[in-house]
Design a protein around this ligand. Structure first.
Ligand code: SF4
Ligand code: SF4
Length: 243
């Protein structure tokens, strides 16, 4: 979903229903008296599945998929996203759009389309013809809380154009569930963002050490003649051409 549609809308989140928020921190309850009513009912317009862009994935999702034995269904679409702000997310990535006629041959099959070019593409697990989510029971936490998010302090609306906003009919229980899910998403995403860079570092380090070990083993098995040829190639590479 486009960043243009993302807006801090703390003022539209209703936290007035006291009996549904008895477990809230006092500060949050205090803030609620100035906030307007928030109602939401998904209209199933599917706009959020059609132009969703990368979906952040959390441990909650991985654990759910592992428990339900469906993790392999998601693997082809998972990727690591180095975000412009320096953070790293595990994401579910949209498929690149089909190349326009005549442009097929220009695309390098070995270089993936940058994530920045997929921000408005449909979710890979959305069936456009049938208008349905192919993994509804196992959909990511991010889809369960959409369009509501929590940033550790305030609730925000990530898509102010979502037609479900301000739809009447939301019960107190549904509101509480949505807010709890948004809070859970924040907690799970924070866990993920702390863990991924550490794992990334460890895995990169391990891959480098394995590569070096393999190189050294290969070198030790070379004949003197082959080693001399290799030295010759390295020497040539290092020679500075005369002007
Ligand atoms: S969450 Fe909003 S955008 Fe997504 S399907 Fe429901 S109403 Fe449409
Ligand atoms: S996983 Fe399902 S609910 Fe989530 S964006 Fe994809 S199609 Fe929509």
């Amino acid at each position: 979903m486009s960043e243009n549609n993302k807006e801090n809308q703390d003022d539209v989140i209703n936290e007035e229903e006291e009996d549904s928020h008895q477990d809230e921190e006092p500060k949050e309850a205090e803030e609620s008296t100035t906030k307007a009513k928030f109602t939401f009912k998904c209209t199933r317009c599917d706009a959020c599945c059609l132009s969703r862009g990368p979906i952040p994935i959390t441990f909650y999702d991985l654990e759910l998929w592992a428990k339900n034995g469906v993790i392999a269904n998601f693997l082809p679409y998972l990727d690591i996203y180095n975000k412009p702000d320096g953070s790293i997310d595990l994401i579910m990535k949209p498929l690149p759009p089909k190349p326009k006629e005549g442009e097929e041959s220009k695309r390098d099959p070995f270089s993936p389309v940058p994530i920045e070019e997929l921000l408005e593409e449909k979710c890979p697990l959305y069936n456009k013809e049938k208008k349905e989510c192919l993994v509804y029971q196992n959909r990511p936490l991010s889809c369960r809380t959409y369009p509501l998010e929590y940033d550790g302090k305030n609730f925000t609306i990530v898509d102010v154009d979502c037609p479900g906003l301000n739809e009447e009919g939301m019960t107190k229980e549904e509101l509480k569930e949505m807010r709890d899910t948004a809070k859970r998403m924040f907690y799970e995403l924070t866990r993920m963002r702390i863990t991924i860079p550490v794992l990334n570092q460890l895995i990169t380090q391990k891959v480098m050490i394995d590569l070096m070990r393999q190189n050294m083993e290969a070198m030790s098995k070379m004949s003197d003649e082959d080693r001399a040829k290799l030295d010759e190639i390295f020497k040539k590479d290092q020679e500075v051409p005369e002007e």
